[in-house]
Write a protein that binds this ligand. Structure first.
Ligand code: ATP
Length: 383
């Protein structure tokens, strides 16, 4: 059983709380990715799990064994580093076999395990080379082989792909996800790259300032971000975040900003400052432009004054946004149009050609069910 339970884990460096009261359950067989910006505490958390760093407070359980103070080599966890940490003077064969030699396993067993692992990672033809005679990707696989050979309960990886070029990174990502499926072992993986996290993880932990912002499947953290931080971290470009206010609108409540009005869905009972979140890919361009006549929707009183660029919403299920395109970025198969909406930059992403050019007035629409709302004071999700 490689269920790992982390309870109230904290690590201080002087006044800095690098990891601050983190509790997590890592299920057996999870591919758990610790994701967050530089300095959020990912490496510190991983090193405490590995036994390379003492926690200031808290507990780490492996199954029902308390391993908080167990030395790294007796934790039955294997760590793969960004730098690979290979022995330069040893061949691939001896690098992979090193942990078994250190554990004084019989020679025949070492030879058999090294062969198995080398085959699994397609390193069979390279066993007699030294690290300097290998490519970055091959070195990375040797480092992985050295972890695999011990058949540990869980693999801990700290940005293992960051030294690879973009093409190799993509290929190795697929390989790692496949390896995780084949082995059925627990992986805990540190990265600041959201594509790595989204493509490989079974669960993602978003860290910010040493604390957990959200834990969920890649779909959950993307589709229902728990906070403004998560919303603004995931996505390329990330979610458009617009300051607004929930206000009385007749007998009802509505969200309003400069030119924005969204009739409120049930569950809101008090006025407050909010942040409206709109994913760039959830915005669609209305046929025609701002110059074309407005569609024949039942007019709403609050829409009467939307002659200038801004956001509006019909009483039905779509909100509308009007802006002026400032730039269009070509991403290959898609394009991003940046629109100025009352001084706020709002991104729209769609298949190329997106049908807009700098200077155009763009009329965009978004399904109200795709609108995210966050409390401005706490940054936490409201809907
Ligand atoms: P990166 O993605 O840049 O590697 P990270 O999320 O892994 O960042 P950590 O390396 O865990 O972040 O660092 C978390 C915080 O703790 C940072 O503010 C860092 O400066 C601080 N820190 C880490 N190690 C030490 C140390 N040995 N002494 C003092 N401060 C440290």
């Amino acid at each position: 059983m490689a269920e790992i339970r982390i309870e109230g884990l904290t690590r201080r460096f002087g006044n800095v709380r690098a990891v601050d009261d983190v509790s997590l359950d890592v299920a057996d067989g999870d591919f758990l990715v610790l994701l967050g910006p530089s300095g959020c505490g990912k490496t510190t958390l991983l090193r405490m799990i590995a036994g390379l760093l003492e926690p200031s407070e808290g507990r780490i359980m492996l199954g029902d064994r308390d391993i908080t103070h167990v030395p790294a080599r007796r934790r039955d966890l294997a760590m793969v580093f960004q730098s690979y940490a290979l022995y330069p003077h040893l061949t691939v064969e001896r690098n992979i076999g090193f942990p078994l030699r250190a554990a004084r396993r019989p020679k025949a067993e070492i030879a058999r395990r090294v062969r198995e692992v080398a085959d699994q990672l397609e390193l069979g033809g390279l066993l007699h080379r030294r690290p300097r005679e290998l490519s970055g990707g091959q070195r990375q696989r040797v480092a992985l082989g050295r972890a695999l050979v011990r058949d540990p309960q869980a693999f801990l990886m700290d940005e293992p792909l960051s030294n690879l070029d973009a093409k190799l990174r993509t290929a190795t990502r697929t390989e790692l996800a496949g390896l995780h499926r084949r082995l059925g072992r627990t992986f805990i993986y540190v990265t600041h790259d959201q594509v790595e996290a989204m493509s490989m993880a079974t669960r993602v932990v978003l860290l910010n300032g040493g604390r957990v912002e959200q834990v969920g499947s890649p779909t959950e953290v993307y589709d229902t971000p728990a906070s403004v931080f998560v919303a603004g971290f995931l996505g390329a470009p990330p979610m458009n975040l617009i300051e607004a206010r929930v206000e009385a609108d007749g007998d009802l409540l509505a969200v309003r900003a400069d030119g924005l009005r969204i009739p409120l869905w049930p569950g809101f009972d008090e006025p407050r400052d909010v942040i409206v979140g709109l994913r760039p890919e959830n915005l669609t361009l209305l046929p025609g432009s701002a110059e074309s006549p407005r569609p024949a929707e039942p007019p709403h009183p609050a829409e009467a004054s939307t002659a200038s660029p801004g956001l509006t919403a019909s009483p039905g299920s779509t909100a509308q946004i009007e802006g002026v395109v400032t730039t269009v970025e070509n991403l290959g198969s898609e394009e991003v149009a940046w629109c100025d909406v009352h001084g706020q930059a709002v991104a729209l992403r769609g298949p190329r050609p997106i049908g807009l050019a700098a200077g155009d007035r763009a009329r965009l629409t978004v399904d109200v069910s795709r609108v995210h709302l966050f409390a401005r004071a706490s940054g936490r999700r409201l809907a």
